[in-house]
Write a protein that binds this ligand. Structure first.
Ligand code: PLP
Length: 814
C-alpha cells in the first residue's frame, strides 16, 4: 500500500492529528515485528481480550512516528496520530478501499480443515501462470485478512486469500471487504463449531462469503453442503469435487488399493495422476487444487506436472523423529471427531508395528457420554498398544478403551510420571486440544537436535539491517543480497523473513536461486546478477529481473521477450562499469545503449554499479572516483531515457563509509550477518551466526601417542583430547589443522590438533573439566567469525559460503 496519513484518515473517516503528507506503506500491529520505522504506522488493535495501546510506547521507541489508535496518549516525540473509532473496523475499511483500487482476479478459500494447505498448494501451482499475491500463513481472521489484502499492488494479477471465521456474524463483515470471484469451500467438519448451534448454521455462515462469487468450487461429499449450495446458489457456476461419484470431479478407482495412479473424472474427461500419499485429507485437498486449475483452463499435462511437484507444506500433522527410535506424529492443534479420523488415516502410512496414542479431553463436546463412546469405538479399531488419556473428562471413560490405558489430569503429570521413557520403536500420535499444550510432549519426546548446526538468529539480522538503515535517509530503499544461499545462511528462509519485514528488493546471483525463492512464496522483486543465456526463459516465467551488463546480454534478452510475446515493459537493471572491471557498460557505450533501450519493450528499474574497495580506507580516493563516474554516467543514461530509474552503488561497507552517496537504494550483504570493517559500527552490530557442534568423545593420551592421520600430533605431555564431528566435508578448511585453528569451549579457546579428517577433528582440551556431549563453538563470539576467518587465511564471506549444505541450518528468533 501507499497512502498518505491524510488519505488514510479520509478513506476511513478518522481524525488526523499531525502531519498530513506522511507516506504509509506498512501497517504493523505487533510492535515486536517492527523492522523499519520509515513509512510504517503502528496500529493499536483493541479486542475484547487485549489492547494494543499498551505497545504504542515500544513502537515509538523503535522510531515509528505514525500511530493509529482509538485514543491519543502523551508522547515525548513528535507523533502523527490517526484517531479511529474502532481499530478493527478501521483496518477493514482501509482494506476494502484498497482492494477496490485493483482489478485482479480473486480466489477466496474457506472451510474448517485444509484451507491453508489448499491455499499454499494453489499458490505453488499457479504463481508461474499469474503474478500472485496470497495471505501469509494463518492470516485469515478479522484482522489478518485485511492486513493481507493491503499487500496487493498494481502488478498482481491474482489474489488468493484464506478466510476463517469462528463466530456467527463474522463472515458478513469479511464478505463486505473481500468478495472473491472464485469461492472455494474445503472440507467442513465439526472443528470450531462450538459457537454454532447446528452444522447447518455453520455451513450457511461460511457460504455467505460466496454471495457475489461467479464460481464456487466445493467438496460435495457432505450431502447437507451439496444440497445447501445447490439451493442457495443455483444460478452460479458450481463445481463439486470429492470421493463420491456425483461430484463433477471425483475419483474413479480405488484409492486405498495398490494402484500406482489415481484416476479422476472431471465432467466427462479422465485425468490420471501418479499417487504418492494416500490419506483422505491429502487427496481431497489435491482434488480441490485440480478443480481450481481446471477452472483456469490449465491443460492436463501441466496439471499433472504441478500436482506432482507439490510439497506438503506444513501439514497440520507434523512427524518428527523421536528418542529411542520412536516416530512422533504431532497433531495438537485441535481435537474433534473429524480431525481424529484424519489423524488415524494419516498414521496408516507409516509401517511402525507398534503404536501409542496420547489424547486429551475434547473441549467442545456437549454430550460427553455419547462423544467418548464414539471416540473409544473409533480408537479401538486402530490397534494401539498403549493409550495415555490426559484430562479428567476423558479419564472417566478409561474403561471403554481396549488397550493398556493410563490416565493423567494434565500434561505435566504425564511428563513427570516417566511412563513415556518406556516407549521404544513405536509410532506415538499426539492428539490434543490446544489448551492441554501437549506440544510440550513433542519437545520431550523429540530426538536431540542435530549435533552440528549453523544457527542463524533472525532478530540479529533485523537488528543489523536497522543499524545500517539508521545511517540512511528514511526513504532510501534497501536491496538484501541473498545470493549463494544467503551467504551460506539458508535459502528461502532468510528471504521469507526479509520479505515479511518488507525489504524492497532481493538480489541473487543466478536465475535458479531466484526460481527457488519464487517457488517458496517469495513475491518481493528479485534482481538476478548473472542471467545466463539458457535461463532467460525462466527468468521471464518467474518474473525475475535480470542485470543487463553488455550489449550481447541486452540483445539476447530482448529476443527472448519478443519470442515470448511479452506485452508489458519488462523490468531490467543496467550495470555500469566504474572501476571494478568485472561487468558493466562503460561511458563510451552509453549513447548506443540509450538508443537501443528506447526502442525495446523494457523498463530500466534501476541503474547501478559496484564499489571495489568500500571496506578499505586506503582505497578512498579510488572509491570517490568510482562514485563520480557513476554519477556522471547514470545521469547521462537518465537523461536519455527520460525517466528516473532507481540508482544504487553502496554495499554494506559502502553504507557505513559513504552514506552521502546512497542515491535511491543500497545493497546490504555481509552487514546483515554482523560483520563490518568499521569498528564503531561493528560494536553496534549483533552476531547473527553461530556454527557449533558437541563433543563426541574425550580420551586421555599418553606421551608418545599420536593423534589422527599420518601421526601429525605427537603427545609430549600427557593430555586429554576431544573428538568433534565436523571436518573438511563440513567446510572447515583442512589447512587449519595442526594447531593453526582453535575452537571454543566454556568461552576459552582450544587448538585443533593433527590433520583434520573428512567428518571429524580432534582438539587438545588439556585439563578443562568438560564432558562428552557438551557444546563446542566453531565460531560465534569466541572465536568470532572474523577470528575464524583469520585462521583460514580468508574473509568471512568465504568461510560462510564454504559451510557445506549438509550442516543443518536452524533459525531462531529471540
Ligand atoms: C554481494 C554483493 C553486494 C553485497 O556486498 P556486501 O559486501 O556483502 O555488503 C552488493 N552488490 C553486489 C553487486 C554484490 O554482488
Amino acid at each position: 500500500m501507499n497512502y498518505t496519513t491524510q488519505q488514510i484518515a479520509e478513506i476511513t473517516g478518522s481524525k488526523l492529528i499531525g502531519k498530513k503528507d506522511l507516506l504509509v506503506k506498512t501497517i504493523e500491529f505487533d510492535s515486536r515485528n517492527i523492522f523499519s520505522s520509515s513509512n510504517t504506522a503502528f496500529l493499536a488493535i483493541n479486542t475484547s481480550k487485549n489492547s494494543g495501546e499498551k505497545y504504542i510506547q515500544s513502537a515509538v521507541e523503535k522510531g515509528v512516528n505514525i500511530i493509529i489508535s482509538e485514543h491519543q496518549f502523551p508522547q515525548n516525540q513528535d507523533i502523527t496520530w490517526i484517531i479511529v473509532e474502532n481499530s478493527i473496523q478501521f483496518i477493514q475499511k482501509l482494506a476494502k478501499f484498497h482492494l477496490h483500487q485493483f482489478s485482479l482476479k480473486t480466489i477466496g478459500i474457506t472451510g474448517s480443515n485444509g484451507k491453508t494447505i489448499v491455499k499454499e498448494w494453489l499458490y505453488q501451482s499457479i504463481f508461474d501462470e499469474f503474478i500472485t499475491v496470497k495471505s501469509p500463513k494463518s492470516f485469515n481472521s478479522q484482522i489478518g485478512l485485511p492486513i493481507s489484502i493491503l499487500e496487493i499492488n498494481k502488478t498482481h494479477e491474482l489474489g488468493i486469500f484464506e478466510v476463517g471465521i469462528s463466530r456467527p456474524g463474522e463472515m458478513k463483515i469479511l464478505e463486505s471487504i473481500f468478495s472473491p470471484e472464485i469461492g472455494v469451500l474445503t472440507h467442513i467438519g465439526a472443528a470450531h463449531s462450538s459457537n454454532f448451534e447446528t452444522e447447518e448454521q455453520l455451513i450457511k455462515e461460511k457460504l455467505i462469503l460466496f454471495k457475489d462469487s461467479k464460481t464456487i468450487i466445493f467438496n460435495g461429499d457432505n450431502e447437507l453442503i451439496y444440497n445447501l449450495i445447490n439451493d442457495i446458489y443455483s444460478s452460479k457456476n458450481l463445481i463439486s469435487y470429492g470421493f463420491k461419484n456425483h461430484n463433477n470431479l471425483h475419483l474413479k478407482n480405488d484409492w486405498q488399493g495398490n494402484s500406482e495412479e489415481l484416476v479422476l473424472e472431471y465432467f466427462n474427461e479422465e485425468i490420471k495422476i501418479p499417487i504418492s500419499q494416500r490419506d483422505e485429507a491429502t487427496l481431497s485437498n489435491a482434488m480441490c487444487v485440480i478443480a481450481v486449475l481446471k477452472e483456469f483452463k490449465i491443460d492436463n499435462a501441466k496439471i499433472i506436472e504441478k500436482i506432482n511437484a507439490l510439497k506438503a507444506v506444513e501439514m497440520r500433522l507434523e512427524s518428527v523423529n523421536g528418542l529411542r527410535n520412536n516416530l512422533v506424529i504431532n497433531d495438537s492443534y485441535n481435537l474433534d471427531m473429524d480431525s481424529l479420523k484424519i489423524a488415524f488415516q494419516f498414521i496408516h502410512q507409516y509401517n511402525k508395528p507398534k503404536k501409542t496414542l496420547i489424547i486429551t479431553d475434547f473441549v467442545e463436546g456437549k454430550d460427553s457420554e455419547k462423544l467418548y463412546h464414539a471416540v473409544a469405538e473409533l480408537t479401538n479399531q486402530q490397534d494401539f498398544s498403549k493409550i495415555f488419556l490426559i484430562g479428567d473428562e476423558i479419564s472417566n471413560f478409561e474403561i471403554l478403551f481396549n488397550s493398556q490405558t493410563y490416565t493423567f489430569s494434565n500434561t505435566k503429570e504425564l511428563i513427570e510420571s516417566t511412563q513415556l521413557n518406556q516407549i521404544e520403536d513405536e509410532l506415538i500420535l499426539l492428539k490434543g486440544a490446544r489448551k492441554f499444550e501437549i506440544d510440550r510432549l513433542k519437545t520431550f519426546l523429540e530426538l536431540q537436535k542435530h549435533d552440528t548446526v549453523l544457527e542463524v538468529n533472525l532478530n540479529a539480522i533485523i537488528h543489523n539491517i536497522n543499524i545500517h538503515k539508521s545511517l540512511l535517509k528514511p526513504e532510501t530503499k534497501m536491496m538484501a543480497m541473498v545470493k549463494a544461499y544467503s551467504y551460506g545462511l539458508g535459502g528461502y528462509e532468510i528471504a521469507e523473513f526479509l520479505q515479511h519485514h518488507h525489504i524492497d528488493y532481493l538480489g541473487v546471483a543466478y536465475a535458479d536461486e531466484g526460481i527457488d525463492l519464487r517457488k517458496n512464496g517469495i513475491t518481493t522483486p528479485i534482481m538476478v546478477m548473472n542471467p545466463e543465456q539458457h535461463s532467460y526463459n525462466s527468468i521471464i516465467d518467474y518474473n525475475l529481473e535480470p542485470e543487463i551488463y553488455s550489449f550481447r546480454v541486452l540483445q539476447l534478452f530482448n529476443e527472448q521477450l519478443l519470442h515470448k510475446g511479452i506485452q508489458r515493459k519488462y523490468p531490467i537493471h543496467i550495470k555500469l562499469e566504474t572501476g571494478m572491471h568485472r561487468l558493466g557498460f562503460k561511458g563510451d557505450e552509453l549513447d548506443d545503449l540509450i538508443q537501443k533501450l528506447n526502442k525495446m519493450n523494457v523498463k530500466v528499474e534501476s541503474i547501478f554499479s559496484h564499489l571495489s574497495s568500500a571496506d578499505d580506507p586506503v582505497g578512498k580516493e579510488y572509491t570517490l572516483d568510482q562514485i563520480k563516474i557513476f554519477t556522471v554516467n547514470s545521469e547521462k543514461l537518465i537523461k536519455g531515457l527520460q525517466y528516473h530509474p532507481i540508482r544504487h552503488i553502496l554495499n554494506s561497507s559502502g553504507i557505513v563509509s559513504y552514506a552521502d552517496f546512497q542515491f535511491d537504494m543500497v545493497r546490504i550483504g555481509i552487514g546483515m550477518v554482523g560483520i563490518s570493517s568499521d569498528p564503531k559500527i561493528k560494536k553496534q552490530l549483533r552476531n547473527a551466526v553461530s556454527f557449533k557442534t558437541v563433543i563426541s568423545q574425550i580420551s586421555e593420551v599418553e606421551n608418545g601417542d599420536s593423534v589422527g592421520y599420518n601421526r601429525k600430533f605427537l603427545v609430549q605431555n600427557r593430555t586429554k583430547i576431544a573428538t568433534i564431528p565436523v571436518g573438511y566435508a563440513d567446510g572447515i578448511p583442512r589447512m587449519i589443522g595442526n594447531e593453526v585453528g582453535k575452537v571454543g569451549i566454556h568461552q576459552k579457546l582450544f587448538p585443533i590438533i593433527g590433520n583434520i579428517c573428512m567428518d571429524m577433528m580432534m582438539i587438545n582440551i588439556e585439563n578443562e573439566p568438560v564432558n562428552e556431549g557438551e557444546e563446542v563453538i566453531i565460531f560465534n563470539d569466541k572465536p568470532s567469525l572474523e577470528e575464524f576467518s583469520i585462521y583460514c587465511n580468508t574473509i568471512p564471506y568465504e568461510v560462510l559460503t564454504s559451510i557445506s549444505r549438509r550442516v543443518k541450518r536452524i533459525y531462531i528468533k529471540d
